[in-house]
Design a protein around this ligand. Structure first.
Ligand code: SF4
Length: 625
């Protein structure tokens, strides 16, 4: 008997409309845990190299983990996996809400879509029974309308589903997949892949229970965590009071948050704390009408907001998160909070990644400032820094792929190719993916993760950024890891390997990252109690390392070389800033990358992994592939 999982996956061939089940073996479960771990192993096996990411041969997977459906604290995340059309390499995106549990309660640990449907369809799943339903009538609907229509059709007002909006249908490379009209699997261009398959939505309602090896132990640990959360200190306290918007002002002050398309504070005066405060904590919360919590989450970092007045009237829209507040705010020198709330809502309804969208708007603003584009190009929109009305207008046209929005709709790398005139200098991406809102000049570990993780430009894939600022994980005390300061550039390779491997465990079990560090979450004990295994930290670190490398192997087969993922000069401090907390900092990204690749037993130039390392990771069956 396998515990912590339903023991099988569903494969949906959208070209033929056929379904097939595949068993999940204990060996695969223990070796790759769940989420993008098992997902990477399956995509490596099922997908030929060199396929077109928006062609029928790409595979789109929705994955859960062993914690999903157990109702333990913040066990609500699912992961979407695919070959990314934005980067051309491995893609994954993680999302909360309620969908993960609904999917698993239908009897599957994950669902994979292959092929392409001739007509637009959606998949509806009920207790081991999948059904493809024609969905031409949903064409062009936003995510909220799509959810409401499918709930009505299925006759379940509480139905859980994921869907794309018009942006995904138009295959924008920065399109997101949305659930609950505002929780997003936004990164890696996963919405474009869903759109390319003519798959508008995927709904699930099930009654099947996840078998748990030691339910009493699980319940007891869960109860303890809920008690501890009631007394949580930061960061848990901030998440509970404000959500991530509580970090905006302090991160702008420390300069963890990038400003003005990563130009920093050389030229403008945005980063006075008063300005940042206008888009932070209490000034966001004053629009909140109620809290929003994902499934099994006592933290409730989300919220619903309403905006009165005629400019951008909104009722019960999702509250913008930190990444969104910075990308449409500080990155564009915009302190008009209502315009950011509106941008967040547009992205949620049309299905576009807020990080990539905001970063692409900031890119366009700098092109405008530099005279590479003008009002004739933008259709009359005045893209002066900080112009909230213009940002909203431009974003709307991006989501609809209209006018100048069509130039920007696929992110800043493509936009720079379309604009030309040297505009690539202002496109802040790694490997095609816009950089998230944490500055490697503040915590250089971000620079390592942004460029070494198989999914580039991601702040949620672990690394040394926390430990650089003193957040040491006591789990690793037996490893005698070195103590480091933010701007040390030696002895960080092993740390990167350990901390990112651990993060891959947190994500693949199906946990929310915020939950995992708001209390001391006994993840290893909980995993053992759920699955009946006898894992320990060392085994889990090896497993996390294997998961990282499985995704890297996927990339190598696609022809990846480490120099495909590099940071723009500005982001590493070339030239260094002249003012503020990050003045005179240029990070030695080359040393950081070389050490990280070395610790991972990869060649820093070719990316190749030694046979010995593949054997150590138990991936020797892939040596000659
Ligand atoms: S902490 Fe926030 S994102 Fe995480 S599960 Fe809870 S509500 Fe969702």
């Amino acid at each position: 008997m396998l515990y912590g999982c339903m023991g099988k996956f569903l494969f949906v061939d959208l070209t033929t409309g056929k379904f097939q089940e595949k068993e999940l073996t204990e060996n695969v479960a223990r070796s790759f845990i769940g989420g993008y771990g098992i997902g990477a192993r399956i995509l490596y096996e099922k997908m030929a190299k060199g396929i077109d990411p928006v062609g029928p041969d790409n595979v789109l997977g929705f994955m859960t983990g062993p914690f999903t459906g157990t109702k333990v604290v913040t066990s609500c995340r699912f992961t979407v996996i695919t070959k990314s059309p934005l980067t051309g390499y491995w893609g994954d995106s993680n999302c909360g809400g309620f969908f993960a549990e609904a999917l698993k309660s239908c009897g599957y640990d994950g669902v994979f879509f292959t092929g392409r449907s001739l007509k637009q369809v959606y998949l509806h799943l009920e207790d081991n029974k999948p059904k493809l339903i024609e969905a031409s009538h949903l064409s062009g609907m936003n995510t909220q309308e799509t959810e409401a229509t499918i709930r009505k059709e299925i006759g379940n007002p509480g139905l859980r589903l994921v869907c794309i909006g018009p942006t995904g249908e138009k295959q924008s490379l920065i399109a997101a997949i949305i659930t609950e009209a505002g929780r997003a699997a936004g990164r890696s261009g996963v919405g474009a892949v869903m759109g390319s398959k003519n798959l508008k939505a995927f709904s699930a309602q099930g009654t099947l229970k996840v078998p748990i090896a030691k339910p009493d132990e699980v319940r007891q640990m869960n109860r303890q965590m809920i008690l501890e959360l009631k007394q949580a200190k930061d960061p848990g306290l901030t998440y509970m009071r404000y959500g991530t918007c509580g970090n905006v002002a302090s991160f702008v002050e420390s300069q963890d948050a990038p400003l003005q398309n990563w130009k920093g504070i050389n030229e403008q005066v945005f980063p006075t704390i008063e300005k940042a405060a206008k888009i932070s904590d209490d000034n966001v919360i004053r629009y909140q009408t109620r809290k929003f919590a994902c499934g099994s989450c006592p933290i409730a970092c989300g919220g619903m907001v309403s905006v009165k007045g005629s400019r951008w009237f909104l009722k019960d829209a999702h509250k913008p998160e930190y990444e969104t507040l910075i990308s449409f705010g500080a990155l564009c020198l915009n302190d008009d909070i209502e315009s950011i709330i509106k941008c967040n809502d547009i992205c949620n309804l049309y299905g576009m990644d807020t990080i990539s969208a905001g970063a692409t708007v900031a890119f366009a603003m700098e092109c405008y400032e530099k005279g590479l584009i003008n009002r004739d190009d933008t259709g009359g929109i005045d893209l002066t820094w900080g112009n909230g009305e213009a940002i909203v207008k431009l974003l709307q046209s991006m989501t609809e792929r209209k006018g100048f929005g069509a130039v920007l709709a696929d992110g800043c790398r493509k936009a720079a190719e379309r604009i030309g005139k040297g505009s690539e200098e202002f496109a802040m991406h790694v490997g095609g993916q816009e950089i998230p809102m944490h500055d490697p000049r503040f915590a250089p570990g971000y620079g390592t993760t942004y460029t070494v993780d198989p999914a580039p430009g991601r702040h949620t894939h672990g690394g040394t950024m926390g430990v650089e600022w003193g957040r040491i994980n006591p789990r690793f005390s037996h490893l005698s890891l070195p103590e480091v300061r933010p701007h040390d550039y030696k002895n960080k390779g092993e740390l990167h390997k350990v901390y990112s491997s651990w993060q891959h465990i947190v994500s693949t079990v199906g946990l929310c990252w915020f939950g995992s560090h708001s209390v001391f979450y006994p993840i290893e004990k909980m995993l053992n109690a759920i699955t009946g295994w006898d894992t320990d930290i060392d085994e889990l670190l090896l497993t996390g390392n294997r998961i990282l490398m499985m995704r890297h192997l996927f990339n190598l087969r696609e022809g990846f070389k480490p120099l495909d993922y590099v940071l723009p000069p500005r982001v590493v401090g070339h030239p260094p800033l002249m003012r503020g907390p990050l003045r005179n900092i240029t990070i030695d990204i080359q040393s950081l990358r070389e050490e990280a690749y070395k610790a991972l037993s990869c060649d820093p130039v070719t990316g190749s992994i030694s046979e010995k390392e593949l054997r150590r990771l138990g991936l020797d069956n892939l040596i000659n592939e």
